[in-house]
Design a protein around this ligand. Structure first.
Ligand SMILES: CC(C)(COP(=O)(O)OP(=O)(O)OC[C@H]1O[C@@H](n2cnc3c(N)ncnc32)[C@H](O)[C@@H]1OP(=O)(O)O)[C@@H](O)C(=O)NCCC(=O)NCCS
Length: 219
């Protein structure tokens, strides 16, 4: 999700769940903690603002994503906004942590593109000291499971600037399929960039996870 839906100028704290809305699962109230082999995912909290500011505002991390907040306070407002969007049932944002540690080193976001998350879009950013360590792939598997099993997504899209080598490589690694190029679709630093559109479709994801049937040798 290179175009992060958070827009500081539109952050008016007005998003509330609509009256009488049926809350069928409790992720809207609070995200579950997910754990993988290398790390975990959990709800963001205000105290994550400082480490996320330090890790996600570097040039190499922010080069191909929407400009992140420029201050720790800006990240605090972003975190509060993620909670309101989650409560409204339209978006979730997980903090990425390493096993045995509680410090947030990155984020995974999923937002609905149609009501009830049928089609959704995800995006992620991790501090560069943790690139190439496997924590991305490990966390991505947890988020995919959450998206398909809990949110009820059937098609999960992602967009990556053509120039974003790691972003494209990371998406391909977790089974995303390139579907086309969105020409001049992303404005960054005064320049329109082409983006690759990726998708993971629920059926393909489930099929890829299905254990391979054992080969029966007949004598
Ligand atoms: C996207 C991000 C979370 C991925 O995490 P990561 O730890 O770098 O990802 P990984 O190292 O597991 O995977 C990246 C893959 O891309 C490959 N890669 C690196 N540069 C590449 C390039 N120029 N072209 C193609 N593939 C490239 C890597 O070799 C790696 O594949 P491998 O493990 O098979 O060798 C991280 O790089 C990041 O936060 N980037 C900045 C934010 C961002 O761009 N987010 C938007 C993504 S659409």
């Amino acid at each position: 999700m290179e175009k992060m839906p958070y827009r500081p100028e539109l952050d008016l704290q007005t998003v509330q769940p609509s009256a009488g809305e049926v809350v069928s699962t409790d992720w809207r109230g609070r995200l579950p903690a997910l754990s993988g082999r290398q790390g975990g995912l959990r709800e963001l909290r205000a105290s994550d603002a400082a480490p996320l500011f330090a890790l996600l505002t570097t040039e190499e991390v922010a080069r191909f994503i929407s400009p992140p907040p420029t201050t720790v306070e800006g990240f605090e407002r972003f975190i509060a906004w993620t909670h309101r969007q989650r409560l409204a049932g339209t978006y979730v944002c997980f903090a990425v942590t390493l096993k045995g540690f509680d410090t947030a080193i990155g984020i995974f976001q999923v937002r609905q593109l149609e009501p009830d998350f049928g089609t959704a879009e995800w995006g992620f950013a991790i501090g560069s000291p943790f690139w190439g360590t496997g924590v991305f792939q490990d966390s991505a598997q947890q988020v995919l499971e959450f998206a398909f099993d809990v949110l009820g997504v059937h098609r999960l899209e992602a967009r990556a600037a053509v120039q974003n080598g790691r972003g494209n490589g990371a998406l391909l690694k977790v089974g995303a399929v390139q579907e086309g190029v969105l020409r001049k679709s992303f404005l960054r630093n005064g320049r329109y960039l082409d983006q690759v559109l990726y998708a993971i479709v629920e059926d393909d994801w489930r099929e890829a996870r299905r254990p391979v049937d054992p080969v029966v040798v007949l004598h």
